[in-house]
Design a binder for this molecule. Structure first.
Ligand code: ZN
Length: 277
């Protein structure tokens, strides 16, 4: 599933490829993904220049000259194939939406499992879109720091820190992998209550969340070519995981303990019982 760093990478790829371009062809091969496409989707995109791109949590926003924004969510299996007009013939399987620019760039939205989403919203109203309005702090925002984390979780006396960090209403789009990695790096046990963070821990946790995401985005950047070719495979941050997906393997910090897995709110948590207290 594309996590925040992959979504950021895709957004940057789109920005590089098509920002400033004029959209001259829009092909919709279906009328829905997770939800039906807006009836005016094609019409509002056609003959518009792409003004800018932005990311909010795991949503990509493509802003158009006519003050409409196209919202993309990659769902479980979505990918953006960035190429040239005339490339990808015949089109790849599961390519549901194709956008072509006058300048010759072709963007294909491929999503085999169809949990992705595309919607339209007035640019001025982006923040009040139903999918965006309840989202909490952007994890890479400069606003995320120790005092903010401590304040955020001050009343969470019964919620494990792991669960609280995954709650989109507090921090948006962090994702299971990065929560596990950040708790490990900060040496915090995932079952501790969210309100138990000390000032020092909150400070380190905020810093580690941002470091881990920044590193992941940097390595995602090197796999950008995967989004250019239809047969690309993903590389990237997974080689750098210290705990995630490593159940039963030796801890990379203390070497003497095996990484454990537990289930919290239906999600796997990976941690080292020796290093994380
Ligand atoms: Zn350890």
């Amino acid at each position: 599933m594309p996590e925040l760093p992959e979504v950021e990478t895709v957004m940057r790829g789109l920005r590089t490829a098509i920002e400033g371009h004029k959209i001259v062809h829009v092909t919709l091969n279906r009328h829905d993904l997770r939800w039906p496409f807006p009836a005016n989707l094609r019409e509002e995109m056609l003959n518009q220049r792409v003004v800018s791109f932005s990311r909010r949590a795991k949503y990509i926003l493509m802003r158009l000259e006519n003050k409409w924004s196209v919202l993309f969510h990659l769902g479980m299996s979505g990918r953006m194939l960035i190429g040239s007009v005339g490339q990808n013939e015949p089109p790849p399987k599961h390519e549901h939406v194709i956008i072509e620019s006058e300048e010759g760039v072709r963007i294909g939205f491929v999503d085999p499992r169809r949990f992705g989403a595309i919607d339209l919203i007035r640019t001025a109203d982006e923040a009040s879109h139903p999918l965006l309005t309840k989202l909490g702090l952007e994890p890479l925002s400069s606003k995320l720091d120790g005092p903010v984390l401590q304040e955020m979780f001050a009343t969470k006396r019964h919620t494990p820190i792991k669960t609280a960090l995954l709650d989109q209403r507090y921090i948006a789009g962090l994702g299971n992998i990065y929560v596990c990695e950040a708790l490990f790096k900060t040496r915090i046990h995932p079952e501790r209550t969210a309100s138990s963070l000390t000032e020092e821990e909150a400070h380190l946790l905020a810093r580690n969340i941002q470091d881990i995401l920044t590193t992941a985005i940097a390595s995602g950047g090197s796999s950008l070519r995967d989004y250019v070719q239809s047969d690309g495979t993903r590389g990237g941050y997974q080689d750098l995981h210290l705990v995630y997906g490593r159940e039963g393997e030796a801890c990379r910090q203390c070497s003497s303990t095996e990484i454990q897995r537990l289930i919290q709110s239906g999600r796997s948590t990976f941690y080292c019982p020796s290093c994380q207290k």
